[in-house]
Each structure stands twice: as structure tokens, then as C-alpha cells.
Design a protein around this ligand. Structure first.
Ligand code: SF4
Ligand code: SF4
Length: 471
């Protein structure tokens, strides 16, 4: 046992578990995990919380605000609607900031609360443990019956159970895949793919099948490997957690020396009776008594299992509980560390900036450029004109008239073909002349300010330049 292992667990346990993955055997083959069905207060609370999240997730693309989806993330057409507000690629700075805020938030949250998100809110855990696993328990039975079913020959019972389970798994994956697709292309486009001939929506139909089969593969076969091998958040735990982070932890101070009291032979034992119940319920196949491990998704199943054992022994619950390493070893309470304070300050700044950008975001975005390849024109009476192209993007869902006015210097702005009119979520282009007196020109380049009015409200002020003759 290395010094590091000793420091992390403070108990004499074999450290081989650190050299191998719990779900891979010595020959390099996958060891299928048959976790026993958890039972207890945490499992019940997680189930209800999962049902709430599932209800929100499945209804998300179908809830509309004024006829617009609550959430639409159409990366293909670069169309995004969040809480009924349309965002365009031009708003990418808001997305960048939102992503940064999200990442810093995740880091801060993890430093303090460990993998709370994984156990309670991660879609992978929710679907795997609260949907697919529950169906598996219903059809195949609890862990031991599942093992037996796996070992038995292909008789009528096994064919029926396997067929039924995988048909339901595929059907559920189809629903999940379609919901994901609805988040991307919107419910109306999804409805067309479902109702119209495949040939008309071949690309959409292909994505539908890809998503469905991907989810089916994950939940029917790949399972916990997503968390232990693929998930980048899981990989980050080793750098984010410290001995003050709250995790699902075994109280080695109280639990050791572990052992069966009936075989104690005069030895003083701790509260852990080495019954292995905490290992049997673990969906990633690990033993939490070895200390915090990358594979632990903080699902709380071992807390419930151990609490049940403690209840039977009439000992206090919480031999496995939410706590920090420092809390268990020294009875430390959670406090603000330099790292936590720093992350909180940065997060606060980012959130404030994000809301400022969101509030000051304009409904239209205007670009004004002098028309390509044109110079100034002499208009007589010491007056000069420049020709401009204006491009306006309407980020709202409503049609709006656009009017341009010259703010400075004094002069006239004349739209070619009259004022512009843009449909909701559309863009338009126009051409206009600016006429200035030669007395106001400052050499070859004079700064010009144009006011943009939408529905007679000033929405933007755009700067451009006016080209004049050399003095
Ligand atoms: S369930 Fe509790 S008592 Fe049983 S082995 Fe695990 S930690 Fe020890
Ligand atoms: S060790 Fe406990 S909390 Fe961690 S994954 Fe296993 S059962 Fe869940």
C-alpha cells in the first residue's frame, strides 16, 4: 500500500483497486455489473427528483411561449431560441460568456459539492438508473435473478424476457432520440419527419435512427462505462476535489477495523461488519470503503444500503454519508477556502457581465458600409454625396419597419426605394445616399453617425465614414 493510499483512506486496505478498472477483468474483458436494487430515503428522493427532471426534459421542446418553443438549439440552421427569445450567430459573444460562466460554475460547484450533479441530475444517471435499470428490475428481477438469467440456456423464458426488455429499451431510446431531435429542429419539423414519407426527409430520418440506436447502445450495453471511461467531467474529478469537498464517503474512523462481530475473537471492531451490501448495490462496481474513486458517481445507493444495515444493528446511520475527507478524519466543518472564494468572485463577475450583455442586447443589428467601389460624388453647390449599403437583422419574431436618420454631421440621408421593412427573424438590405456640405467635411474621411429606428424607437446608433475630396 502506497503512502498516498494510506493518506486517502487512512486504513489498511489492498490498493490493487487503483491499478485496474472495476468493470474489466484480468483478461481485459468487460465484467458486467449486476447492482442490487437500492432501497431507502436517498433512492426515493432521487427517484422523485428524476421524475421531475424527466418531465421538464420531455416537455421542453413542446412548450411554447407565444407560439415559439421554450428551447430550440438548431445548430444546423444556426437558430437558437432560449426561453422564447431568439438568438443569432451574431450573439455568439453571449454564448461564449454563458459557456464560460457554466464551466466556472461547474468547477466551483464540484470543488464544494463533489459529484452531486452526477448522482442527482446527470441525464446519463437519470436514464440509466431511474428508467432503464428500473425496467430491467421489473422484467429480469433483482441482481441474483439477472445473473441466473444470463447463465441459463436460451429457453422460452429467456427469449421472452430478452425480447421484451430490448424492445422496450429500443422504444424508449426512440422517444429520447426524438426528443433530442425536437430540441434541435423543433417539434413541427420533427412531426413532418414522422408523418411524411422517408424520402422527403431522408437526412432527418437518418439522424432519428442514429440518435435512437446510439441511446439504445448506451443504455442496453455501454452503461456505466460512459461515466467511468468517457465522461470528461468524471475525468476532471481528480483535479477538482480536495479533502474539503463533500462526497459520498465511508467513515473509516468509525467503521474500522471492519469485520464480522461473530468472528471477532476478542478483537475490538469498528461499525463496519464487512457485509458487502454497499458494494452489491453499486452501479459502477466499486467498493466505497476504498476511499473516493473516479468511478463513484455519488449515486447514494451505498448510503441507503449501509443505513439499512445500521438500522438492523441498531447503530447510528451515516457510516457511509455525504461528508468530506477532512470532516471524517478531523470532524472539520465545510468552510470557505481561498480557492472557493476566488472561484466565487470570478463566477459573480461572469454572471453580472452575462446579464448586462443580455439586458443591453439589441433587437436589431445593423451594418452600414460605403457601397463597394464607389467614391464621393459632387452634387453641386459645394455639396457631396456618398452611397451606402445597409444590412439589418431583425432578431425578434415580429415584422418591423426600419427608418434611418443622419445624426451627425448635419446633412440629409435619402433611402433608395423608401424605408425598409423586415419580417420577424429575417434580414434585409438597402441602399441610401448621404448628402453633406463641403464646409463640414474634415479632409477625405469624415465620421458620420446614423440613427436606426425600429417602430419609431431608436434601437441603434451606427458609425461610418464619409469620403470627400482632398482640401
Ligand atoms: S454496508 Fe456498511 S457495514 Fe456493510 S460493508 Fe458496507 S460499510 Fe460496512
Ligand atoms: S460508491 Fe456508492 S455512491 Fe459511488 S457509485 Fe457506488 S453506490 Fe454510488
Amino acid at each position: 500500500m502506497s503512502d498516498t493510499d494510506r493518506k486517502l483512506t487512512n486504513i489498511d486496505v489492498p490498493s490493487e483497486f487503483r491499478d485496474r478498472i472495476a468493470t474489466i477483468d484480468d483478461g481485459g474483458k468487460r465484467k458486467w455489473v449486476y447492482p442490487r436494487k437500492p432501497k431507502g430515503r436517498f433512492y426515493d428522493a432521487r427517484s422523485w427528483f428524476a421524475y421531475l427532471l424527466l418531465a421538464i426534459m420531455f416537455s421542453g421542446p413542446f412548450i411554447t411561449i407565444n407560439g415559439r418553443p421554450l428551447l430550440l438549439l438548431n445548430f444546423i440552421e444556426r437558430k437558437f431560441i432560449i426561453f422564447g427569445m431568439a438568438f443569432w450567430p451574431q450573439d455568439s459573444y453571449i454564448f461564449v460568456l454563458a459557456t464560460l460562466t457554466f464551466i466556472v460554475g461547474i468547477i466551483l460547484f464540484t470543488v464544494i459539492f463533489g459529484r452531486l450533479f452526477c448522482g442527482w441530475a446527470c441525464p446519463q444517471t437519470i436514464f440509466m438508473e431511474m428508467v432503464f435499470r428500473k425496467i430491467e428490475y421489473l422484467i429480469d428481477g433483482n441482481a441474483n435473478r439477472q445473473r441466473k438469467l444470463k447463465a441459463q440456456t436460451w429457453n422460452a423464458e429467456k427469449i421472452f424476457k430478452r425480447g421484451l426488455k430490448h424492445a422496450i429499451f429500443w422504444g424508449l431510446s426512440f422517444i429520447i432520440g426524438n426528443t433530442l431531435l425536437a430540441y434541435i429542429i423543433g417539434k413541427d419539423a420533427l412531426f413532418l419527419i414522422i408523418t411524411e414519407p422517408v424520402a422527403v426527409h431522408f437526412a432527418g430520418f437518418s439522424f432519428m435512427l442514429i440518435f435512437t440506436n446510439l441511446f439504445y447502445f448506451i443504455y442496453a450495453f455501454f452503461r456505466e462505462q460512459v461515466c467511468t471511461q468517457v465522461c470528461p467531467y468524471g475525468r476532471l474529478q481528480s483535479v477538482l476535489l480536495d479533502d474539503k469537498s463533500i462526497v459520498v464517503a465511508y467513515d473509516f474512523v468509525r467503521g474500522e477495523k471492519r469485520g464480522n462481530p461473530q468472528k471477532a475473537a476478542g478483537e475490538t471492531l469498528g461499525d463496519c461488519i464487512d457485509c458487502n451490501q454497499c458494494v452489491e448495490v453499486c452501479p459502477t462496481g466499486i467498493d466505497i470503503r476504498n476511499g473516493t474513486q473516479l468511478e463513484c458517481v455519488n449515486c447514494t445507493a451505498c448510503i441507503d444500503a449501509c443505513d439499512t444495515v445500521m438500522d438492523k444493528l441498531k447503530r447510528p446511520r451515516g457510516l457511509i454519508r455525504y461528508d468530506s475527507f477532512g470532516g471524517i478524519e478531523n470532524g472539520e466543518k465545510l468552510g470557505l477556502t481561498f480557492r472557493n472564494t476566488g472561484y466565487t468572485a470570478i463566477l459573480g463577475l461572469l454572471i453580472s457581465l452575462f446579464f448586462i450583455l443580455l439586458i443591453t442586447r439589441t433587437d436589431v443589428e445593423t451594418t452600414i458600409l460605403r457601397s463597394y467601389g464607389t467614391l464621393f460624388q459632387a452634387a453641386g453647390d459645394n455639396h457631396f454625396t456618398n452611397l451606402y449599403t445597409v444590412k439589418v437583422l431583425n432578431k425578434t419574431f415580429d415584422e418591423m419597419p426600419i427608418r434611418l436618420e443622419l445624426l451627425s454631421p448635419q446633412g440629409t440621408l435619402t433611402m433608395v426605394g423608401g424605408d425598409l421593412n423586415i419580417k420577424g427573424q429575417d434580414r434585409t438590405e438597402g441602399v441610401f445616399f448621404v448628402d453633406l456640405s463641403g464646409d463640414l467635411l474634415k479632409g477625405t474621411e469624415t465620421k458620420v453617425q446614423v440613427a436606426v429606428y425600429a417602430n419609431d424607437h431608436l434601437v441603434e446608433t451606427v458609425k461610418t465614414s464619409f469620403m470627400g475630396p482632398r482640401n
